[in-house]
Design a binder for this molecule. Structure first.
Ligand code: ZN
Length: 633
């Protein structure tokens, strides 16, 4: 539907005294600003009637000039809402007449049948939105929200421009086509980037870096079909750097359009961006972008919940679904050309329930083309069961503790770290392992804080613990935060056994390398890999049995270190589906896709898995290379 028809239709349906000052888009949604405060309070039925007719989300707000001033509004809210809600920050998005109320207990702010929140709306004329405060204080989450609401005027215009593009009109004629360019992450793991074009739109799916490779670090944005100026939208599947690490670079070089993802992806990815800049600086390189570019992307972020359908261009409709990989990770579903073709790009996925997440969604209305990862897609990539893995981990920790050693688990920071925390917390509570300190270093802690902000993205059991039994496992007393090099030295110099969770997961930098340097030459200690070790990383060479390695010192310089500590790999904690889970996913996905494209795996795995899927399910399959272009329709 084109913009002018849409607005005309809405105008027709509004009562004559509605006194509308502005019709604006917020992405695919329409926002109407009224100067009639009585209509704002009582016009609910009129708005519902419009929504039912035009099938678009429409929201009614009061013209910003008539709002109660921020200070008085805040006073009112604090007096209306019961104390037990534990209200934290209140943010004012002034140009959009929205107020964001942060509370430890969002349900109390909403009230029975929404009574409390309705009263706030009617008393202050602001449109209240409620958000959960992080149970662990997080400066990062605070800064992200500050960045979003400090640019209220800019955001209002930006979201309106997206809407104008979406409703700019298009026509599906017999010249309509869809093609996909593979710009990174094909027959390799790292720098995932897919570029989708139709006769009408240009959309990018993921924009990652390969942190383990200097030579092949960035996606092929120099491909002739790609021009940053023409890009309509970016969609990011999840927070890991190999899927979103290159995003700020787009904004540095002039991209001004939206990036769609879930709220936890936005928060965690921002943290990883800032850390990536930090690591580059410590290594003495300039980095490919700086924190200003990270801010720019936050200003252009548009967050979606799982299952929320939104148009991103005139002919591309997006829905994000749970992918079971890390908090907020999404399988990206695209309905292209008004049902002409449907693509599901799973990105990284797990087709099995974990301690933290539900398995990837497998039931859809339509899917013709499936794009799946194959990190563990080889015939012998069969992971042991979760129970076996948990047992193995707990016995390594117990044995190491008995001999007085320390156990180091390098973690990605997001995903595996929290999974391991849940396993260990459970074990401590049940008395299955000795009650030793569990050190959670720097960034893992910050990411855990973000986890406490979004329990609704976790699986049913964790939600139940947090909501009904008021027991947040991430806040258990066995976890000790490590924030400085001084504390690190104290831990390493102490003779007492302990467990250490530290980034980075592949020992490519960060505190895990520092711990390893100190723990490596003592046979009593243990090193446990629980996540994927990319070719070329320090983790990979130790995993393959290197007797000594060269490690960067914290204060510069390199040191030769002998690997004498016990090295263990537990593959079953992976946030990726193993071979059987990938194949089962392709078997179970409804409806059955006509074509399967395999990416995100070493070359041999992509090829072999593609041929296996073809034999098993008699569908067209392929394992394209980077820079290949596929015609989808
Ligand atoms: Zn990932």
């Amino acid at each position: 539907m084109e913009e002018k028809y849409l607005i005309a239709q809405i105008k027709d349906m509004l009562p004559p005294d509605s006194n509308i000052s502005d019709y604006l888009f917020e992405g695919a949604n329409v926002v109407i600003y009224t100067r009639n405060t009585q209509f704002f309070r009582e016009g609910g039925n009129d708005i519902r009637r419009i929504v039912n007719t035009i099938k678009k989300r429409v929201e009614l707000r009061v013209d910003p000039s008539l709002l109660l001033d921020a200070e008085t509004a805040e006073e009112r809210i604090r007096s209306i809402v019961p104390k037990e809600a534990d209200i934290g920050d209140i943010w004012f998005d002034e140009k959009r007449s929205i107020i964001i109320i942060e509370a430890m207990k969002p349900g109390v702010v909403i009230g029975k049948n929404g009574e409390t929140i309705r009263k706030i709306r009617e008393d202050t004329l602001w449109v209240p939105k409620v958000q959960r405060s992080p149970a662990i204080k997080s400066d990062l989450v605070r800064n992200i929200r500050k960045t979003l609401y400090a640019h209220s005027d800019y955001r209002r215009k930006f979201l309106h421009n997206i809407g104008e593009r979406i409703y700019s009109g298009w026509e599906r004629n017999n010249k309509y086509w869809i093609r996909l360019s593979c710009l990174g992450g094909f027959r390799e793991v790292g720098r995932s980037c897919l570029f989708l074009q139709t006769t009408e739109s240009k959309v990018m799916l993921d924009c990652g870096v390969n942190v383990a490779s200097k030579l092949y670090a960035y996606p092929y944005l120099e491909a002739p079909e790609f021009n940053i100026k023409d890009l309509d939208a970016v969609i990011i599947s999840h927070a890991h750097l190999d899927h979103g690490g290159f995003l700020p670079y787009l904004y540095k070089y002039g991209y001004k359009g939206p990036t769609y993802c879930t709220a936890p992806t936005r928060d965690v990815m921002t943290l990883l961006h800032l850390d990536y800049i930090d690591v580059a600086q410590k290594e003495g390189s300039k980095g490919i972008y700086d924190s200003r570019d990270v801010k720019k992307w936050i200003k252009h972020s548009v967050c979606l919940d799982y299952g929320e359908v939104t148009d991103v261009t005139p002919d591309v409709r997006l829905t994000l679904h749970n992918a079971g990989h890390v908090l907020g990770s999404s399988a990206i579903h695209l309905n292209i050309g008004d049902g002409y073709h449907n693509i599901l790009y799973t990105a990284d996925h797990k087709f099995s329930r974990t301690k933290l997440l539900e398995p990837i969604e497998s039931q859809f209305t339509r899917v013709e083309t499936l794009i799946t990862e194959s990190t563990y897609g080889a015939r012998d990539d069969i992971q042991p069961t979760r129970e076996e893995c948990e047992e193995q981990l707990l016995s390594i920790i117990s044995d190491t503790t008995k001999t007085g050693g320390k156990t180091l688990i390098p973690v990605l920071g997001v995903g595996r770290a929290q999974e391991i925390m849940l396993v260990v917390e459970d074990a401590v509570r049940m008395g299955l392992i000795p009650d030793i300190p569990i050190y959670v270093d720097g960034m893992v802690w910050d990411i855990t804080a973000i986890h406490t902000t979004y329990p609704e993205f976790m699986n049913r059991s964790v939600r139940k613990l947090i909501f009904h039994r008021d027991h947040n496992p991430f806040l258990a007393p066995c976890f000790k935060k490590v924030g400085s090099q001084k504390e690190r030295v104290q831990i390493m110099e102490s003779d007492d056994p302990c467990l250490i969770l530290a980034t980075s997961g592949m020992l490519t930098g960060g505190p895990s390398v520092e711990y390893l340097r100190n723990l490596a030459e003592d046979r009593k200690n243990s090193l446990v890999f629980v996540s994927y070790q990319a070719e070329g990383s320090l983790g990979s060479s130790i995993q393959k049995g290197s007797e000594y390695v060269h490690i960067e010192r914290y204060r510069g310089g390199r040191e030769q270190v002998y690997i004498k500590l016990g090295v263990h790999t537990i593959s079953g904690f992976s946030g990726h589906s193993d071979r059987n889970q990938i194949i089962n996913f392709v078997r179970m996905i409804k409806p059955k896709p006509r074509r399967v494209i395999v990416n995100h795996g070493e070359s041999s795995k992509c090829l072999e898995l593609a041929s296996r899927i073809h034999k098993l399910f008699r569908v067209e399959t392929s394992a394209p290379r980077d820079l290949d272009v596929l015609r989808i329709r």
